[in-house]
Design a protein around this ligand. Structure first.
Ligand SMILES: [Zn+2]
Length: 350
């Protein structure tokens, strides 16, 4: 009798396991056609697992993310509604360090922090090809004002371009030496892999930076990036699944490589000659969305992992002075703050 009971129990377990397996398979099949940006974009909280990075900056995800608090002694996070204040703990630490050191040593009163990553990284519903593994951060090239923005102002306030209008050179009215000090400080951190800025900013640094130039090679010219700089960290220790980016060239990058941007890449395009024959209208291509199955296999586990019970539980915790930010004392900003203009329309910030 006992033998019969045991056999029945085993059979029951087998059936349960089979059903569970089927459920898991059907879940994978169902989610396989859903764009990964929807799966990751809908997650409100991080994966409660140890911090681990999976994949590349533009194709991956991460677990154990923490959020940078909306306010710190020397920073304010912007665009809170986007829920992109999340990063690998190393990224959050680096931003905190940069905000403090820039305020203490560079005459930069504080950081306005733009997009980091979604809680579990992954592709985003709007903007950004990268920012997927919790190691990228957009820091506005607009100094923090000496008051706290309201939540509404953090949505509507626009960053200010450091370029002259319709040009590829920095505007001497807006650009200050402190801008240069902020960028070069970040570039000097060993954990920083590269910083993306507009070629006009790189040129300005090449021509004017008088300090240690050994980190100038990490400041890389790229399209856009005249409202903010993009800080990218190296793969952190303990993340063997993180795919590193090629090392930056060892030379300063102030020579021919930079000239190419002005001589070729940023030159206004000549109007195309009118075509003789009327071309067949092209069939609109189906947009190919990245699927979960295109990402590293571990990203399925990251997506399914439990969340912490609240955002507060997954927010950077440091000494009391950090979370309870200092009352806003009148920090005398070395900058005359231009009028705050509302954003005309959302711009993808890469
Ligand atoms: Zn960016």
């Amino acid at each position: 009798m006992a033998g019969l009971m045991a056999a029945a129990k085993t059979a029951g377990r087998l059936i349960a396991a089979l059903l569970l397996g089927l459920a898991a398979v059907s879940q994978v099949v169902a989610s396989d056609t859903t764009p990964a940006k929807q799966l990751f974009g809908n997650k409100k909280l991080p994966a409660q697992l140890p911090p681990q990075v999976h994949g590349f900056y533009s194709k991956g995800c991460f677990s154990g993310g923490i959020a940078i608090p909306t306010d710190g002694p020397h920073w304010q996070a912007m665009r809170l509604s986007r829920n992109r204040r999340w990063g690998h703990p190393q990224l959050i630490k680096t931003i905190e360090k940069l905000s403090r050191e820039a305020a203490e040593k560079d005459g930069w009163p504080g950081l306005l922090v733009g997009d980091l990553s979604q809680p579990r990284g992954g592709p985003m519903l709007t903007g950004h090809a990268s920012h997927q593994i919790g190691l990228d951060a957009d820091i506005w090239l607009t100094p923090m004002p000496n008051r706290r923005f309201t939540a509404a102002e953090r949505e509507s306030t626009s960053a200010i371009s450091v370029l002259k209008v319709k040009s590829v050179v920095t505007d001497p009215v807006i650009w200050t030496d402190a801008h240069g000090r902020l960028i070069m400080r970040a570039a000097g951190y060993p954990e920083v892999q590269r910083i993306l800025v507009h070629p006009g900013i790189k040129k300005k640094l090449c021509d004017s930076w008088k300090g240690d130039r050994s980190a100038l090679n990490k400041v890389r010219p790229y399209y856009g990036h005249h409202y903010h700089m993009h800080i990218r960290l190296r793969c952190p220790k303990g993340s063997p699944n993180c795919k590193p980016q090629n090392a930056v060239p060892s030379d300063s990058g102030c020579g021919k490589a930079l000239d190419w941007w002005f001589d070729v890449a940023l030159k206004p395009k000549k109007a195309a000659k009118p075509k003789k024959k009327a071309e067949k209208p092209k069939k609109p291509r189906k947009p190919k969305h990245t699927l979960l199955s295109d990402l590293p296999a571990a990203c399925a586990l990251v997506l399914d992992a439990p969340s912490p019970s609240s955002e507060a539980e997954a927010t950077l915790k440091v000494s009391g002075t950090m979370t309870a930010f200092a009352p806003v004392k009148a920090i005398r900003s070395p900058f005359s703050m231009p009028a705050l203009v509302p954003v005309p329309k959302p711009r993808p910030l890469n």
